[in-house]
Design a binder for this molecule. Structure first.
Ligand code: SAM
Length: 264
């Protein structure tokens, strides 16, 4: 029997311990043995073991070396667990899918909150090789991801995520479900990458530049916020009012602006 590890703050470790939430997450994912499931940040295995039981085999990406031997021995009687010791931000999910001869991966994880946005942006880059993602995040982040134009929390994360995926918030998880409890509520979200026909065709770098500049100063009109990239006439040519503010634009408006923006 392994003694539980002391959670490390520097790795964003908050281990899930409430069975009822673990079961809800695994039921939402509902992994099948013919699927290639990848867990980000398995920790002590709260999700890994039930996922492994359902999927028979699983790949898990963990940065903290100290957790790996315990996880390996706990998983051995349950199924075939392959642990990749790496920073998830450096993992090429597209190459991983090719290497394993699968078209698409399913991603899951109770993410380390200190890098939740970088992980989301990284996964979006590989969206074409991912069939879905189920992530636990700060509730505030899930609210921003799913926010609609006009909402106070609608911003860069909402636009970039919604242009790549369907964002489906599932349920909230209270701090007491974790050891140690985080300071904030958490939530589980499902992300389903859009089909090729639904994806935008703007240059990703230009899109990033336009969205970043538009939301850098939320109170400014687009004419002002985008001054370095597009003048008022150009903004009008994209069928957008230069007097409008970024928070009122639909994600598709940013795509039209990106298409006429100069290269980054
Ligand atoms: N899945 C476990 C659970 O639910 O109890 C642990 C979740 S804990 C919030 C986040 C996990 O991600 C930890 O195991 C941590 O060591 C790992 N982690 C932190 N930074 C990481 C990174 N850059 N790449 C991969 N794993 C990371």
């Amino acid at each position: 029997m392994n003694t539980p590890a002391r959670p490390k703050k520097s790795f964003g470790q908050h281990f899930l311990h409430e069975t009822r939430y673990i079961q809800r997450i695994v039921a939402a994912i509902a992994p099948r043995p013919d699927e290639f499931v990848v867990e980000i940040g398995p920790g002590e295995g709260a999700l890994t073991l039930p996922l492994l039981k359902a999927a028979a085999k699983l790949t898990a990406i963990e940065l903290d070396t100290d957790l790996i031997p315990g996880l390996q021995s706990r998983a051995a009687p349950v199924g075939e667990l392959s642990i990749v010791h790496a920073d998830v931000l450096k993992v090429d999910f597209t190459a991983m899918a090719h290497r394993h001869g699968v078209q698409k991966l399913r991603l899951a994880g109770n993410l380390p909150y200190y890098i939740s946005s970088p992980i989301l942006f990284h996964c979006v880059e590989h969206a074409a090789s991912i069939s879905d993602m189920h992530f636990m995040l700060q509730k505030e982040v899930v609210d921003r991801m799913a926010a609609e134009p006009g909402s106070k929390v609608y911003g860069r994360l909402s636009v970039m995520l919604q242009l790549a995926c369907q964002v489906i918030p599932l349920f909230t998880v209270p701090p007491g479900a974790f050891r140690p409890p985080p300071k904030v509520d958490s939530a589980v979200v499902r992300l389903v990458p859009l089909e090729p026909a639904q994806r935008h065709d703007a240059d990703p770098e230009r899109l990033h530049a336009v969205v970043k500049a538009a939301f850098a100063q939320r109170r400014k009109t687009l004419g002002n916020a985008l001054r370095q990239l597009l003048d008022a006439d150009a903004i009008r040519r994209a069928d957008v009012d230069p007097k409008a503010r970024a928070e009122t634009l639909a994600p598709s408006d940013f795509v039209r602006l990106a298409k006429i923006a100069p290269s980054a």
